[in-house]
Design a protein around this ligand. Structure first.
Ligand SMILES: C[S@@+](CC[C@H](N)C(=O)[O-])C[C@H]1O[C@@H](n2cnc3c(N)ncnc32)[C@H](O)[C@@H]1O
Length: 265
């Protein structure tokens, strides 16, 4: 993860705050503020081991109860950052079946997670990133299902003016002490292969050189399943009939319907 020591950084949805603490200790940014979705009471009750006190002792402002999907909540934070980071985003599970059905008419958890990430991007660019700075956003996510089915690189910012610039591998060993946390309970998630996706208008040359873009674009590939190149029409037709493609097409159609019905930005 490219981190310029001059940058002012905000972390979003940082579970037990161990990512923010590792970032502070091992990368020493000019300014760090951290945020969690949970209230302070929930955070302390959910994660027996957490870094709230350790960060406060080092005068780091920790925003609790920050919902990145809620403009009012987001605007409680000053617009002064160069980089906003969301590590391993995931919507919390629903308390009841009723709750799930209310939130997910004509959608799935796939759509709801994409929506969370899209709102993270929109609200970060609109309310958190300083107009005079490099205006960067990072999302780190796993390269396994269900996360890779969100098509982070090609689907989130459809219709938005800021493109995804590509991704770099996430190197866990650069963040000693970081424990990836389960969204609902006090469990550490295994550190399997993950990538950090990058958005921004003016990336530093060193970062730009390290970024990899998706190779699965164009007529020879299936962009939504990230496969190809198909050497013959028969290969393509076989793929389009496959269970995997049909499932991904359902997710893409749900996402398109969400984008059509979403309030214009
Ligand atoms: C899998 S956990 C990862 C936690 C932490 N980022 C880490 O890397 O250990 C997903 C996180 O996303 C957060 N989250 C979910 N919805 C959110 C929202 N609307 N606003 C901010 N954070 C949210 C959850 O609270 C949870 O901490």
């Amino acid at each position: 993860m490219y981190l310029d020591p001059k940058w002012r950084i905000l972390t979003v949805g940082d579970g037990d705050l161990s990512f923010s603490r590792a970032l502070l200790t091992h990368h020493r940014p000019r300014l760090l503020e951290a945020s969690v979705y949970d209230s302070e009471a929930t955070l302390l009750a959910k994660y027996a081991e957490n870094e709230l006190e350790a960060l406060r002792e080092r005068n780091i402002h920790v925003h609790t109860g920050l919902d990145i999907t809620d403009p009012t909540s987001v605007q409680s934070i000053e617009k002064k950052f160069d980089l906003v980071i969301f590590q391993f985003p995931l919507i919390p599970s629903f308390a009841t079946l009723d709750d799930f059905e209310r939130h997910s008419a004509d959608a799935s958890t796939n759509t709801l997670n994409r929506k969370l990430l899209r709102q993270f991007l929109i609200h970060s660019f609109r309310y958190l990133l300083d107009e005079a700075g490099p205006r960067m956003c990072y999302i780190t996510s796993k390269e396994v299902k269900p996360y890779r089915d969100w098509n982070i690189e090609t689907s989130l910012n459809r219709g938005l003016e800021f493109p995804c610039l590509g991704s770099v591998p996430f190197e866990y060993d650069k963040f000693p002490g970081y424990r990836i946390r389960n969204v609902n309970r006090d469990r550490v998630v295994p550190d399997t292969e993950s990538r950090t996706f990058v958005w921004g208008s003016n990336p530093p040359p060193e970062l730009k050189a390290a970024l990899k873009t998706t190779p699965f674009l164009g007529a020879a590939y299936c962009e939504i399943c990230r496969v190809g190149p198909f050497v013959a029409d028969e290969d393509r037709s076989k793929h389009l009939r496959s269970k995997r493609h049909r499932k991904m097409q359902v997710f893409e159609d749900q996402w398109s319907r969400y984008l059509e019905s979403a309030v214009p930005i």
